[in-house]
Design a protein around this ligand. Sequence first.
Ligand code: NAD
Ligand code: TYD
Length: 344
Amino acid sequence: MVDLRSLDGKTLLITGGAGFIGSNLIHFMLKRFSHIKIINLDKLTYAGNLENLRDIENDPRYEFIHGDIRDNELVEKLFRKVNGVIHLAAETHVDRSILDAGEFVLTDVYGSFVLFEALRKVDIDFFLHVSTDEVYGSRDEGFFTEEDPINPSSPYAASKAGADRLAHAYNVTYGLPILILRPSNNFGPYQYPEKFIPLFTTNALEDQVLPLYGEGTNVRDWLYVEDHCWAIELVIRKGNIGEVYNVGANCEVQNIAVAYRILETLKRPRSLIKSVPDRLGHDRRYALDCRKIHALGWEPKHSFEDALSATVTWYRDHPEWWKAIKGKSKSFKSFYNEYYKNRK
Ligand code: NAD
Ligand code: TYD
């Protein structure tokens, strides 16, 4: 167990802190601990956005470093300044990985390798590796425990699986203080609007179609991002080094039901939903057995209904945030043009 009763007084390195979960985590940690110091290492890919952190950019407890996790000299230098690392940086969108998996292998697998190598050289208290439930692959019924074999189906999930097993190997082989988290689908503020919930919400707000893959019967277990942040904190403080922890909300919902709920909240018609060709290799269902993290004292504090409504309201009230991405970002538009060109 990492002997940290509190993260107060500690310096943490968060990789990928300008992304969706990272920026929520930085807000969460700064609110929760008065004397924490956070260094955010982020390359600012298309998904990294410093607007997510504008309100805390001058907080003396926070420092931003613009850099790549594959830069081993930079990584080693930063490791020498911190007590612990939370590794989130990754390429994360399944549809992009289907079009071109190269950056996924280079960032998710090789980038994680660079971090694990640095960990061999620098003595720090803990390294929390954020993996994903997608490494297990799909199952029609029952729940994956941490002991189940991994069997990823998309290039994204396979890249995350490579990093997940490297994390395990570096713990077993070199005794490094690594813990692994496998969270389910997150949602909340600051999620890049190519992902399902923010895409459907912002499209509905603009009275544009909601492109539902296939029949819309695929199932995801939706976890509110703040509950995930709390799980990260708890596993760092109470988890056992070398172990894997599933984090899910036990909240399975079919995609079509999520779409209906978004439309109801925004008072938009169901006719906005358009069935489009299914994602290649589309995983039918993710489902986690979370007894291990429950035993540490974690459970989700937010209901899906309330958290989804708060999330949809957040996007409704922050159009400047997502319009800047959807309107101006070449990378957003060109990705979708290319994606659908290939799916006709
Ligand atoms: P995101 O795409 O919103 O953010 C990723 C961040 O990583 C961006 O800020 C990007 O600039 C940064 N980044 C990418 N490559 C980098 C590099 N080479 N060097 C430094 N920074 C780099 O992702 P997210 O949704 O916040 O996910 C964070 C982590 O959580 C990922 O590891 C993801 O696999 C995992 N995860 C996400 C979910 C989810 O539902 N979002 C679920 C389970 C696990
Ligand atoms: P996504 O947010 O990409 O997460 P995941 O990593 O679980 O694939 O997608 C969530 C679900 O929503 C998934 O079953 C695919 C579906 N989906 C659509 O139906 N339409 C879309 O435009 C997108 C992006 C996703």
